[in-house]
Ligand binder design. Structure first.
Ligand code: 4NP
Length: 150
């Protein structure tokens, strides 16, 4: 079974949302894919996703409330076929750790290589809606481009 790891900085806002969206696609389309997420930073290890990520996911029929943040590990290099990052800093951090199978999600779905904005630093909910929609479109396009859809 192919596997995908989504990575952001804290693993509490963007990548757990990406994990939830991808798992929903896997369920809806009856795909055989293993999906996980992790953060490059350690600050939030063990925490559930931020309130707004849980809320925007819930509004779209996705339950991410039980996910728990974890930090990226060296073993992840061997464990995942695709490692998909949210922004250039994540990409750089993983490159330094020796990851090779790296993809930036903004290169899919017509976003012109854009970084997924870090909603942790937004005050309102609107940013999370935008992030959800961007991830939803880009993840589907990624799966399609890799021949992972049926
Ligand atoms: P994420 O957002 O990378 O999308 O999970 C962040 C969450 C926490 C922090 C930074 C980004 N932080 O600095 O604690």
């Amino acid at each position: 079974m192919k596997s995908i790891l989504f990575v952001c900085l804290g693993n509490i806002c963007r990548s757990p949302l990406a994990e939830g969206i991808a798992k929903k696609i896997v369920l809806d389309q009856e795909l055989k894919l293993h999906i996980d997420s992790a953060g490059t930073g350690h600050w939030h290890v063990g925490e559930t996703p931020c309130e707004n990520s849980i809320k925007v996911a819930q509004n779209n029929g996705v339950d991410i409330s039980k996910l728990q943040a974890r930090k990226i590990e060296k073993e992840d290099k061997r464990s995942f076929d695709y490692v998909i990052v949210m922004d250039q800093n994540n990409y750089h951090d993983l490159e330094i750790l020796g990851f090779e199978n790296l993809y930036k999600i903004g290169n899919y779905g017509g976003f012109d290589g854009a970084c997924v904005p870090d909603p942790y630093f937004y005050s309102g909910f609107e940013g999370f809606d935008k992030v959800y929609n961007m991830l939803d479109i880009a993840i589907l396009d990624f799966l399609k481009s890799k021949g992972l859809l049926k």
